[in-house]
Design a binder for this molecule. Structure first.
Ligand SMILES: C[S@@+](CC[C@H](N)C(=O)[O-])C[C@H]1O[C@@H](n2cnc3c(N)ncnc32)[C@H](O)[C@@H]1O
Length: 316
């Protein structure tokens, strides 16, 4: 972790010797400053083209063309052992959903990259739909170059074993613990709370990453001092996740207000005062915590659900 003794300045432009680069402007302009092969991890959540306050809705072909221009540049700056993680949800067209990872995959494939995982990021909170099941996951598509020599550090991201006390019951290892004491592979379905109003990291940005989501990618796919780049930076989460683990972070953001928030958050991350939800903290379970809001008033003795009460009055 970085300490107050580590002097880090936030630079406005990219230079390989910097540690934190916050570029205010279009990501293609930042990418132009970055030499070939110098980034170890590109991680981002691009606009989904659904008419959020920071985007102009385009038709799907125009959107994909725009994305392809950015992805092509990201591949140019990617190190031989590097990774690209593109985190996306659905584009909605006249009530029909189009999972963006399915339409973006061919762009990466054409550029010679290999899909290593399609990670399902599952969370509990979001819009309540009335004409389809409410969406409660998004995906992260993780690509590397064709070589199998890409960086993948499993140990720092292992999660606790389900049955750590389990032993081999036969064979030469009989009696020994059968699982890895460092924990198990986290798998490709990740339960990580999304940043909604009660989340400790919430800012005014409508769809920021939780820091712990990016920390897992940073720890697994980079080593200390490597560069992490987020072309669609928002309020700085990817740079924060990088700096918290002694990596370098760079990102571009077009909206001035988000750049300002990113700068304040990055400064706090540098001096150790940024509040973040710790990695692997168990998800809040209201039943276990005996939260009294989990008890429906109409399930109490002598109470009747309001709608049922009305029905009874009508039927009487
Ligand atoms: C889905 S948000 C990313 C939020 C980010 N993951 C975070 O944790 O804050 C996408 C961001 O990309 C920004 N953006 C859109 N087009 C851009 C461009 N061409 N260059 C740089 N940023 C852009 C938007 O303003 C928005 O903040």
């Amino acid at each position: 972790m970085l300490t107050k003794a580590t002097p880090i300045k936030i630079s406005a432009n990219f230079h390989p010797d910097e540690r934190a680069v916050l570029f205010h402007g279009d990501c293609l302009e930042l990418l132009k400053q970055i030499p070939d092969g110098s980034i170890q991890l590109v991680v981002t959540s691009p606009p989904y083209n659904i008419g959020k306050e920071y985007e102009k809705k385009l038709n799907l072909d125009q959107y994909l063309e725009q994305q392809a221009n950015v992805i092509k540049e990201c591949v140019r700056v990617l190190n031989e052992k590097g990774s690209i993680c593109w985190q996306v949800g659905n584009y909605v067209d006249n009530g029909s959903i189009i999972p963006l990872d399915t339409v973006l995959f061919p762009i990466f494939h054409e550029l010679g990259l290999v899909l290593r995982n399609r990670i399902i990021w599952h969370f509990e909170h979001g819009l309540h739909c009335s004409r389809r099941f409410s969406g409660r996951y998004e995906t992260i598509i993780w690509f590397t170059r064709k070589s199998k020599d890409y960086v993948f550090n499993l140990d720092p991201v292992r999660v606790p074993q389900k049955y750590p006390a389990k032993k081999y019951f036969k064979g030469p290892k009989k009696g020994q613990y059968s699982c890895n004491p460092l924990g198990k592979n986290p798998g490709d379905v990740w339960d990580i709370p999304n940043v909604k109003s009660n989340h400790v990291e919430k800012t005014e940005h409508p769809c920021q990453f939780p820091v712990e989501l990016i920390e897992r990618l940073v720890l697994a796919m980079t080593n200390e001092n490597d560069w992490v780049l987020d072309p669609f930076l928002g309020v700085g989460t990817s740079i924060i996740a990088a700096l918290r683990h002694n990596r370098r972070g760079a990102g571009a953001e077009t909206v001035q207000r988000y750049v300002e928030i990113a700068r304040e958050r990055i400064k706090k991350a540098i001096n150790g005062t940024l509040k973040v939800r710790p990695m692997n903290k168990p998800i809040y379970n209201p039943d276990q915590k005996r939260n009294n809001l989990t008890v429906a008033p109409w399930s109490q003795p002598n109470t009747t659900p309001p709608l049922l009460k009305i029905r009874q009055i009508i039927d009487a």
